[in-house]
Design a protein around this ligand. Sequence first.
Ligand code: GDP
Ligand code: MG
Length: 229
Amino acid sequence: MRFIILVGPAGSGKSTLTGELASHMEGFGVSVAKVNFDPAVEVLPYEPEVDVRDYVTAEELMKKEGLGPNGALVVAVDSLINYVSDIRKRIEGLEADYVIIDTPGQLELFAYRIGGPLVLDSLVIDNPVATVFLADAIFMDNPASMISIFTLASSVAVRLKKPQVNVISRADLLASDVYEIIDRINEDGFLTGLLDRDARLPGDLKTLPLPLRRALQRWIPRRRIHRKR
Ligand SMILES: Nc1nc2c(ncn2[C@@H]2O[C@H](COP(=O)(O)OP(=O)(O)O)[C@@H](O)[C@H]2O)c(=O)[nH]1
Ligand SMILES: [Mg+2]
């Protein structure tokens, strides 16, 4: 059993990819279990084999505890630790080759807080696992947004501590001029030069890409992007 954890901002395409990736992989003859790990989601574009909403929902916590939507989600994910052994048994019972975990888009759960990584670790235990971080194409419209989303991706990587692949999702929405940036992103001074042109950015922040450059080199999957024709 191998786990794929899909992480990314709200609307980056995680739930869509969960369904699509599972069908695609099943086409190769492997079995795939889809796990909804989002206690706040209302509608899913796929049928999960295991759903954390069977144990806790953000909605009921909002009603019972008088919490707002974000607080309820945080408490809901934290409280999953109480059910994790049962959830794991259900996943194991499916005997799937791969398990795709579809997570909520509130990235504080995985970038800053303890609960998200703790529950995921308890689910995966010592099975092979990789995180796929979805950087939505909408963040690729200017260098400051790109740096911001990749910095967030690296926050998730250091908190989850798993091999992580960062992909640009919803890539059909990429503006065509962004391909030049993606192709040249590893050139010395290229990103810094672009940021330099952003008059609103304080000077000390313009040097931010320097230490990020090496990391970006691994992150930008430029040859794999399906280009718009
Ligand atoms: N253009 C485009 N839209 C997509 C793609 N994948 C998902 N979407 C749409 O983006 C929205 C958010 O997708 P969803 O899977 O719910 O994102 P999540 O919040 O990360 O789970 C939905 O309206 C999807 O139909 C894609 O590859 N391209
Ligand atoms: Mg979703």
